[in-house]
Ligand binder design. Structure first.
Ligand code: ATP
Ligand code: MG
Length: 416
């Protein structure tokens, strides 16, 4: 037997309908916020992520699936969605279109991490990116979109944590203060963070190491260093959320795992799925497009992990509409009836009616059992008599009610 690679998962038929529900809800919600779909390749030139995500991040340093293709080019399986969207936006000149440009995607992502509950090597993200919206309303809008989606799939009780990590100007001042603090306690930091403290001190705040966490607990807070512009922006995000009746907590520890964020950062966190509680993370990334070779175009967005979301939905007992079942099972008796049943099933399917018939030469009794097992809503038995009369009895499985219908009218009867 050949096993599935570690950290990946099959989505089996018995759970695929949950995915469909989540994905359809994501699309519907995005479209109601006037956000359009974009699809980018599963792999990109490695440089897209090295530059986009940032080469001091865990993702780029430790987690990427990078390999040389047969032409000797370094390519990487998408570890996140934003950088790839930005690459596409620049390459296709999407920034020339009417702004704001509002995009969403549902994509597989790949990160070489230690697999555990809510952490896989292949996982899926629903992501939204809005480009060209400078105001705090854009930040609030992406938060509201995520929230609306989460509520629609039945997830309640999440905390929304927000923070601001400032812009280039105030971050420089903060970085200097943070660097100085970290250097004063360098001996307590993990080796990677000692390096980070110099190169990109903000990253140290995101380290999961217990000792590093102790050090960062007393570190200077970015919120105390925000410039007037960033402060006003953050206040506006908060007041817009309040105006929409949305509750939030200020969490000065959120810096997010990617280098490109500026100003607002946020997370939706659950306490119902264990350690990997962050279902959705996002924020503003005003310098990203420019840093990847595009124009100075601001952006804000989020990435929402679908595996974590589905785990949470299961733990919360969120209701998922059942998969559509077979509207009509046609049970033939005898060779002539079998041909009729086969062609009837085809005619029904062409009309958009889900239909099934016998494929195994089963007895009538076994067929009834089978029809029940596949959840057929109605069953019709076709024998010589029915063929001669051109009509047959349909049994509604839910309550056993029976009625006669003409065989040439079956399609109309069962249209959804
Ligand atoms: P974490 O702190 O859990 O590692 P992250 O900061 O690396 O998360 P992001 O890069 O912001 O996560 O990705 C957005 C979302 O994608 C996360 O909130 C989570 O729901 C999901 N996600 C990230 N990594 C994984 C993974 N390895 N397996 C499953 N879902 C993931
Ligand atoms: Mg991570």
């Amino acid at each position: 037997m050949i096993n599935i690679p570690k950290g990946t998962k099959d989505i089996l038929p018995k759970e695929a309908f949950r995915w469909r529900f989540v994905e359809e809800t994501a699309r519907r919600t995005a479209e109601e916020f006037n956000v359009k779909e974009i699809r980018t390749p599963v792999f990109e030139h490695t440089e897209v992520f090295a530059r986009g995500v940032g080469d001091t991040t865990d993702i780029v340093n430790k987690e990427m699936y990078t390999f040389l293709d047969k032409g000797g080019r370094s390519v990487t399986l998408k570890p996140e969605g934003t950088s790839a969207v930005v690459r596409s936006l620049i390459e296709n000149g999407l920034f020339n279109e009417t702004l704001p440009l509002k995009l969403y995607y549902i994509t597989p992502c790949f990160r070489y991490e230690r697999p555990q509950a809510g952490r896989l090597r292949e996982f899926h993200q629903f992501g939204v990116e809005i480009f060209g919206g400078e105001g705090a309303d854009t930040d609030a809008e992406v938060i509201l979109l995520a929230k609306t989606f989460l509520e629609r799939v039945g997830v309640t009780g999440l905390s929304l944590n927000i923070n601001s990590i400032g812009c280039k100007t105030c971050r420089a001042e903060y970085n200097a203060a943070l660097r100085e603090y970290l250097q004063s306690r360098e001996g307590e930091l993990c080796p990677l963070c000692r390096e980070r403290a110099e190169k990109n001190p903000l990253r140290v705040l995101d380290c999961k190491d217990e000792n590093c966490k102790k050090v960062t607990a007393d570190a200077p807070r970015i919120l105390d260093y925000l410039c007037e512009d960033c402060k006003a922006h953050f206040e506006k995000v908060k007041s817009l959320l309040s105006a929409c009746g949305v509750e939030y907590n200020i969490d000065p520890d959120i810096v997010r795992g990617l280098d490109y964020y500026t100003k607002t950062v946020f997370e939706f966190v659950s306490s119902a799925i264990g350690a990997q509680g962050t279902v959705c993370g996002g924020g503003r990334y005003d310098g990203l497009v420019e840093s990847m070779g595009g124009p100075a175009l601001c952006g804000a967005g989020f990435g929402l992990g679908l595996e974590r979301l589905l785990l949470l939905m299961e733990n919360l007992g969120a209701a998922v509409p059942p998969a559509r079942s077979v509207a009509l099972y046609i049970a033939p008796m005898g060779e002539r009836a079998y041909e009729k049943a086969f062609s009837l099933a085809y005619a029904l399917r062409k009309k958009g009616v889900s239909a099934e018939t016998d494929h195994a030469g089963r007895s009538l009794k076994a067929q009834m059992k089978y029809a029940d097992k596949i959840g057929a809503e109605n069953v019709i038995v076709l024998g010589e008599n029915e063929l001669d009369a051109g009509e047959a009895e349909v049994k509604r499985m839910r309550d056993g009610e029976k009625r006669k219908i003409a065989l040439d009218r079956i399609g109309e009867e069962f249209l959804p």
